[in-house]
Design a protein around this ligand. Structure first.
Ligand SMILES: Cc1cc2nc3c(=O)[nH]c(=O)nc-3n(C[C@H](O)[C@H](O)[C@H](O)COP(=O)(O)OP(=O)(O)OC[C@H]3O[C@@H](n4cnc5c(N)ncnc54)[C@H](O)[C@@H]3O)c2cc1C
Length: 139
């Protein structure tokens, strides 16, 4: 399954189209690899599922952090130790990247902090796949 057929989240931060395209491409690549290496089908299928979960889990954390304090993300970020102001360019950049679909990379400090917030877990524990199609080393 890809996109909304796999998981639908409140489109409050416009991540739905990004995840639909990212999972669609990853699913096509996975099927291509399965055709080349049928013996790896189970492992490839599991890797695809974990890629999909990594994307939705991170996007969900962003949405939960917005809802937690009545549609204001700032208090949750402050709880995580993220202070957004003009001089804090790394934090600002990380949050903007997250809002633009940086759901897979490991070098987004806001995403990494949100992943440690166990109240925001969507799935049972799973190995994350940090192959971001858009940002970071895997891009
Ligand atoms: C009100 C609203 C606002 C949104 N705003 C945004 C936004 O600003 N930014 C953003 O990124 N995302 C937004 N989203 C989410 C985004 O639209 C979806 O996440 C995205 O379109 C999912 O793409 P998809 O290809 O998985 O599914 P869909 O876009 O739903 O595509 C599925 C397609 O399959 C077709 N279909 C269904 N059943 C069959 C069948 N049996 N046979 C053949 N065809 C079939 C459907 O007709 C449809 O065309 C919003 C969603 C809603 C509801």
């Amino acid at each position: 399954m890809v996109g909304d057929a796999a998981c639908f989240l409140d489109p409050i931060f416009s991540g739905g189209a990004t995840i639909a395209m990212a999972t669609g491409k990853h699913a096509a690549d996975t099927v291509d690899r399965m055709i080349s290496a049928p013996d790896s089908e189970v492992d490839l299928s599991s890797e695809y599922g974990n890629f999909l979960k990594t994307g939705y889990d991170t996007y969900a954390r962003l949405i939960y952090s917005h809802y937690k304090h009545k549609y204001n993300i700032m208090p949750t970020l402050a709880e995580l130790g993220v202070e957004l102001h003009d001089g804090n360019l790394d934090e600002n950049k990380a949050l903007i990247r997250l809002m633009c679909g940086d759901f897979w990379s490991q070098d987004n400090m806001v995403g990494e902090l949100l992943r440690k917030h166990s109240d925001f877990d969507t799935f049972a524990p799973f190995p994350r796949v940090h192959q971001c199609p858009f940002y970071g080393a895997g891009a």
